[in-house]
Design a protein around this ligand. Structure first.
Ligand SMILES: Cc1cc2nc3c(=O)[nH]c(=O)nc-3n(C[C@H](O)[C@H](O)[C@H](O)COP(=O)(O)O)c2cc1C
Length: 154
């Protein structure tokens, strides 16, 4: 049977296991499994490696966001047309979606699907990111997401 649930998270290269978003994705998958719900999983990973240094990374991200760039991402989720509900776990980058997440959103038809966003952040919350998702996907039901996941992690 094709999965009706998808857990999609963002992880830049080198952070696939250790980033906050993949860690939360693993927790969500585990919680669903305990309820007997099987979900598909997809990690949104940019093809390009980002700098490790925070200031350099921040400068790259600033340019990507201001130029509305769509960085290439690794792979595609083949079962998307069967998916009804997506938990989308992303970090807050400069109060916006990481541009590679927009690349992911561009690749499928999300009309009539439900997206539950979980935004990881360092205090800035996820309100703007939720707004960005609503603007970008006007025909998708964007569930009011969790904005303060950090206390669970730290
Ligand atoms: C380039 C960059 C920009 C960021 N901008 C913000 C921000 O504007 N507000 C905020 O609260 N956190 C910001 N953060 C912090 C991350 O959202 C936070 O550490 C998150 O938990 C990281 O998730 P990850 O480990 O899955 O990447 C930023 C982090 C990076 C790398």
């Amino acid at each position: 049977m094709k999965d009706k649930f998808l857990i999609a998270c963002f992880a830049r290269k080198g952070r696939e296991m250790t980033g906050d978003s993949p860690r939360i994705a693993a927790m969500v998958l585990d919680a669903l499994r305990k309820k007997g719900i099987e979900a598909g999983q997809f990690t949104i990973t940019p093809v390009e490696t980002y700098p490790d240094d925070h200031n350099e990374l921040d400068a790259v991200v600033k340019t990507e966001i201001s130029s509305h760039s769509r960085p290439e991402i690794v792979g595609k989720y083949s079962g998307m047309r069967h998916v009804e509900k997506i938990v989308l776990i992303v970090p807050n980058w400069r109060d916006a979606l990481p541009p590679a997440v927009t690349t992911f959103l561009d690749q499928y038809d999300f009309n009539d699907k439900l997206i539950v966003p979980i935004v990881c952040h360092d205090g800035g919350g996820g309100k703007n990111i939720e707004g960005e998702l609503r603007k970008f996907l006007p025909k998708t039901w964007i569930f009011p997401g969790k904005r303060s996941i950090q206390p669970i992690l730290k």
